[in-house]
Design a protein around this ligand. Structure first.
Ligand code: SAM
Length: 349
């Protein structure tokens, strides 16, 4: 017999939206069968827009100095056990050169907030833009004023990832200290869009105090904001943080949510994240099969990879390493996908 959850998945696939009560029912009643059904429809939706192409981005973790104190994150300001580093412009350019040679045409610069002064960030963007005019530059450096985002665009950046973390304000304050503002983060997403960035939002699956109600708000927010990119991955505990004792988020639920997000926005650029790959053997391929179409292998210098420790047991070598692109190509070929060597911009539909 057809379940209510299966009918809701059909409605989402056709109309790309549900009322909040629909998302909640889906989250509370779907089981393994509906997860598989959503994945099949998400796969079809993705194939219609992108075929079997998976876009790769070279992820450069430019530094782990952070002024924020997010309760879940291993590079939070008050974690004294975190060995801090900040890459120089030359080191970052060297990563890009190596990545370009391997075949990457998008570089993602991610780091803690306050790793580098704005002037240095602008110089790095200009350096990459000058040397690699055919590549996209994605930033994930946190919250700035609107004018700073405008300067980053003017210097040559193209995309910006800023996970909203949770679209439920009360939940946001359970994940962050009072010095951090939910409204400012949401305003930043608007400012990024106004500045001209392709924008990515996103959240952790299974973060402490998350409920089907808060995930419903996340899905509704994604539907309404309509981001060009969306990063979701399971919450994974880091032992030196206040949330070090909480359980990890579920890989299966993460994959189900990837499928729902693909159905909400068929052309969204949707990574199968490092957190998903770290959570479960073969997590990254499961994410692709659930509807993701982006992977971001690690292109950071080997000597700093262990220091960007957002959570325990974070993968940065083997299949997560940019240097193993050939192995990634092979493992995606085995499930019927191919790595696309291109900037991998969003396809308008
Ligand atoms: N500073 C930038 C920002 O605030 O967007 C980018 C770096 S931040 C460390 C990147 C993302 O890592 C966060 O948005 C968060 O969702 C994720 N993250 C942090 N700690 C995590 C954890 N313990 N488990 C899973 N993901 C985590």
């Amino acid at each position: 017999m057809r379940t209510e959850a299966a009918s809701l998945i059909d409605r989402l696939a056709q109309g790309h939206r549900l009322e909040k009560s629909g998302y909640r029912t889906l989250l509370e009643s779907a089981g393994a069968e509906e997860y598989a059904y959503a994945a099949a429809l998400a796969d079809a939706a993705r194939r219609e827009v992108y075929g079997t192409a998976v876009f790769v981005r070279g992820l450069i973790e430019i530094g782990n100095i952070c002024r924020n104190d997010c309760y879940y994150c291993g590079i939070r300001a008050s974690n004294r056990r975190c060995a801090r580093y900040a890459l120089t412009k030359e080191q970052i350019l060297a990563c890009c050169r190596e990545g370009y040679g391997i075949g990457f045409r998008t570089f993602v610069l991610q780091g803690g907030e306050g790793t580098l002064p704005l002037e240095q960030i602008l110089a790095i963007i200009a350096g990459i833009r000058g040397e690699f005019p055919d590549c996209a530059i994605t930033l994930s450096l946190g919250e700035y004023e609107a004018s700073a985002y405008e300067e980053m665009i003017a210097a040559g950046a193209n995309r910006y990832l800023l996970r909203h973390e949770t679209a439920d304000e009360a939940h946001y304050h359970k994940l962050h200290p009072a010095t951090m503002s939910f409204r400012h983060r949401m305003r930043c997403l608007e400012s990024l869009r106004e500045a001209g960035f392709a924008v990515g939002c996103g959240f952790m699956v299974g973060s402490p105090f998350q409920t089907s109600e808060t995930i419903t708000s996340d899905l509704k927010f994604i539907e309404e904001f309509s981001p060009e990119m969306c990063g979701i991955g399971p919450f994974l505990p880091q032992r030196d943080t206040p949330f070090g004792g909480f359980p990890a988020g579920s890989a299966d639920l993460t994959c189900f949510l990837l499928s729902l997000i693909r159905l909400i926005k068929p052309n969204v650029l949707l990574p199968s994240t490092t957190a998903l790959g770290s959570r479960e053997a073969d997590g990254r391929r499961k994410g692709i099969l659930a509807g993701a179409n982006v992977v971001m292998p690690n292109l950071s210098p080997f000597e700093v990879r262990g220091k960007y420790a957002l959570y325990d047991h974070k993968l940065s070598t083997g299949p997560e390493s940019a240097q193993n692109l050939e192995a990634l190509k092979k493992s995606l070929r085995e499930i019927g996908f191919s790595v696309a060597v291109s900037r991998g911009d969003i396809k308008n539909i």
